[in-house]
Design a protein around this ligand. Sequence first.
Ligand SMILES: Nc1nc2c(ncn2[C@@H]2O[C@H](COP(=O)(O)OP(=O)(O)OP(=O)(O)O)[C@@H](O)[C@H]2O)c(=O)[nH]1
Ligand SMILES: [Mg+2]
Length: 378
Amino acid sequence: MPSSRVRHGPSSPSTKHGRRELPARKGKVPRKIVPTETIADPRERLVQEMLELAFHRAAKVSVSGDTTLDRQRRLALRKIGRASGNLLRQLRIRTRPFSKDAALGPFRKALLDERWGKGGMERSLLRVRRAQERLIRLRTEEERKVPRLDERYDIAQAVRRYYGRSASLLREIAGDLIRLHEGERLLRDRPSLEGRATTVVVAGYPNVGKSSLLARLTRARPKIAAYPFTTVAVAVGHAPIGPLGRAQLVDTPGMLERDESERNPVEREAFLAVREGGPVIVFLLDPSGSCGWPIGDQEALLARLRQAFPDRVFVEVENKSDLARSSSPRLKISCTTGEGIEQLQERIGELLRDRSGGLPPLPPIRDEEFPPEDFGDT
Ligand SMILES: Nc1nc2c(ncn2[C@@H]2O[C@H](COP(=O)(O)OP(=O)(O)OP(=O)(O)O)[C@@H](O)[C@H]2O)c(=O)[nH]1
Ligand SMILES: [Mg+2]
């Protein structure tokens, strides 16, 4: 980022030869140059940084021309063109992560809705897109005017006007731009969870071993630790399971059995992953109690999820069989010793096959003998 100077328009002309002097901005003390790092308001800081970048580039243009006026007109047009091109590019960079709605996928869209209210991000995007169009119109207006101007004062004013108006336009959408930036950061590491048919969501209370299971079944290396809410964002790993030989396993943050209004953002994200994830949900329980919650609470959460998502298949699995085993008929596994892991893989594979219309897995590709022929290379 270039250093901290933002100038609005060209410097004042001399008053020699009876030329008009550019007026000081009406009713305002001339702008003080402030280093952007010292601007406390994040919106204003963003606006200043964007303007600085655009106007700094625009200030560097040089032109040639037959007469002084001619040169001034060209200079003005180049400045307006450069500043506008740079501002539009900056806006495009900020809207790009959201430009293809479908590419976001339902889970990531739901995350945005959850964070900024239904359609909140779309409204911000729309406002920024409108601002882009208005920036282009402003530029076209000045580009039409400048070639007809015969006074240095008027030419310089056209540039100042463009700078001033684009600054005010940016200020109007500063909040939206910050939202886009935060949205981009939120989505950066989040999977889109597309390919629903082969997606398997691993859910359960905190600390029951969900990430440990992902580490067992896939090549993903999630963070595993003996405290709750180690996983704070949904992540995926892939395993050679199911009809296509590739299932997407989704690690979720822990959830607690409590009302929707009491859930923290991390829990809400886990619920969204269950809602928008695939047809199969592996619900992991820890009967040993070493996770910190009794099995009864975990079963209550399971019942709630079953009720909320009646169209899903739930695979109930009890982990930490090396520590404790209940008398339930649930599959018992241990991510520590590996007990039951293969059975779980098979069970998931069967379920995914059932959901894919019973198609058998594709056979592996073999190296077949090819009849000798003239390929033109011998
Ligand atoms: N003894 C034993 N410990 C296990 C087993 N599986 C996981 N653990 C331990 O349980 C703790 C929690 O494991 P994680 O995989 O981080 O649990 P999680 O469900 O992902 O936890 P959150 O991300 O916080 O929701 C860790 O200390 C693991 O080493 C198991 O089968 N046996
Ligand atoms: Mg975890």
